[in-house]
Every structure is written in C-alpha cells, then in structure tokens.
Design a protein around this ligand. Structure first.
Ligand code: IPD
Ligand code: CA
Length: 266
C-alpha cells in the first residue's frame, strides 16, 4: 500500500468515527492541554486514537507527531514522521459549524520540505484532498490546480483570529480594498480550498500556526501549483518541532501576491 493510501484510509476512518459527534455535547469533553498547547476536546481524542489504532493495526513503522498526543514512536526503525492534526478547526467541530477537517502528512526528515504525502479530509462531508510529491494534487479523483485566470469575484482569505493590534493595522488596507474576504476557521481546509482554486490567496501572518495545521496543506498547495512563502517571501520551510510557529502566504500567482503585498504595511 502506498503511503498516501494509508493516509487516505486513516482519514476515512476518522470521518466514520466523528461524523455523528460534531456539534454534540460529547464532542466538547475536556482532556486537558494537548502537545500543541490547546485544550484537547473529546472529538480530537477520538480522531487521533482512530489514526493511532490504524497505524498500529497495519504495523506502519513511523514516529507520529500529533497535535494532542505529541510524539509517539511506533517503531524503533521508523521510515519517517506522520504529522497529524486529526481535527483542524476543533472550535467549529465542537460548535457544529460544518467547516473542519483532518490533516495528515508523511515526512521523511524533520522538515516541511521533506513531506512526500498529504491528505486533508473535509469532515463535514468526507470530501478528500490529497497529494504525493511530484504527482500532483487531487480533490477526490480529480486533479486540481490553483486558479490561473482572473476570477469573477476575487476571494481573499486572511486568518486574523487572535491577531495582534499591530498585525490588524498592517493588513487593514486589504480589508478596505477587498470586498470578498474570507476566514472560515480551519487553516488546513482553507489551504485545500485555495489549492482547488476556490480562494485566490490565503494569508496567515500571525506567527501562530503550528506545523500540524499546515503540513498536509503544504504539499497539496505546492503540488497544485501554488506559491507558498514565508513572511519574508522566501519559499516556506520549517522544522517539525512543537515550538515552531509560522506565518505563510499561499498565492495562486505572482500578480495577486504582488497586489496583496503592496497593500500590507511592512
Ligand atoms: C486552528 C485552526 C484555525 C487557526 C488556529 C488553529 P485547531 O487549528 O487552523 O483556523 O486560526 O490558529 O489553531 O486548533 O482547530 O487544530
Ligand atoms: Ca487540532
């Protein structure tokens, strides 16, 4: 079985196990602070356990870096890392807002740039986005690319949850200039939407996002032809540490990147 098929099967199992849980009181059960620094909710724990159980069942020799469970070594001779955010958009999932997903990636080294496979599953409906290095990105069975032509409505994604005063001031000109801003509350699924051409640019400059939230999106965006940059406009890369927090810009082409960057107060 190819690694990407293992990630896809793990995601399908998450979908089956959480699809009736979102929005229920049971979903919110508090399991204390997880490895990523947020409260682990019951729905997060159920989803992570699903993946861990499956990887053990098939004897997949790896180290899991989970947002809640932390580093779990499933072998003395690992092939690489599974980077797992079993529920991205946990607040949406707990509240029952149908915009949350799972994000699973496989990396051979301790670097984002060594990711070879990524899968993001929309857990509101089971739709799947997936990619393997140099093989393109897919939405269910259809290959996807970022948007290449000028859209009727330019859709600009900006994550400003919990942003500092200073950042809000810097990005304010984008809010003034653009009529169709979007912020849905699950970075991984927003990256998948971007890769499918539904958003023209997606930016998160808060220096807050964890590797788990963007690992699968990293590959899916790149394989769909998107520009993926850090806040200095260099190609995005980072180590897989739990302390790492990043900013990123996913742009469908240089023109929109230049336009949006010209609006941001440096
Ligand atoms: C969160 C989502 C959200 C972003 C937060 C993340 P989580 O992930 O990606 O869009 O604004 O910074 O923590 O906690 O639901 O896995
Ligand atoms: Ca999460």
């Amino acid at each position: 079985m190819q690694t990407v098929d293992i990630l896809r099967e793990a995601s399908n199992r998450i979908f089956e196990n959480v699809k009736n849980l979102a929005g229920t009181e049971h979903a919110a059960g508090d399991f204390g602070i997880g490895a990523g620094g947020d409260i682990s909710r019951n729905i997060d724990i159920v989803a992570e356990k699903t993946v861990l159980d499956y990887l053990k069942e098939i004897n997949f020799e790896c180290i899991v870096l989970g947002e809640e469970c932390g580093r779990v070594e499933l072998s003395d001779n690992p092939k690489g890392f599974i980077i797992m955010d079993a529920i991205d958009g946990s607040a949406n999932a707990v509240r029952g807002i149908p915009f949350f997903c799972s994000s699973l990636a496989f990396a051979t080294e301790n670097k984002l740039s060594s990711i070879t496979d990524g899968v993001i599953t929309n857990l509101a409906n089971g739709e799947m986005y997936w990619a393997s290095k140099n093989k393109g990105s897919f939405f269910n069975d259809q290959q996807i690319r970022v948007r290449s032509n000028d859209p009727i409505y330019k859709i600009v994604g900006v994550n400003i949850s919990g942003a500092s005063d200073n950042l809000v001031k810097r990005v304010l000109p984008i809010f003034e200039k653009h009529e169709h801003l979007r912020h849905f509350g699950a970075n991984a699924l927003e990256m998948a939407f971007f890769a499918r051409g539904l958003l023209d640019i997606f930016i998160d400059l808060r220096e807050k996002i964890r590797i788990q939230d963007i690992a699968a999106g990293y590959l899916i965006v790149r394989e769909a032809g998107g520009l993926l940059l850090d806040s200095d406009l260099n190609p995005l890369d980072a180590d897989l540490s739990y302390d790492t927090r990043i900013s990123f810009i996913a742009a469908s082409n240089q023109k929109i990147l230049d336009e949006i960057m010209s609006l941001i107060d440096q």
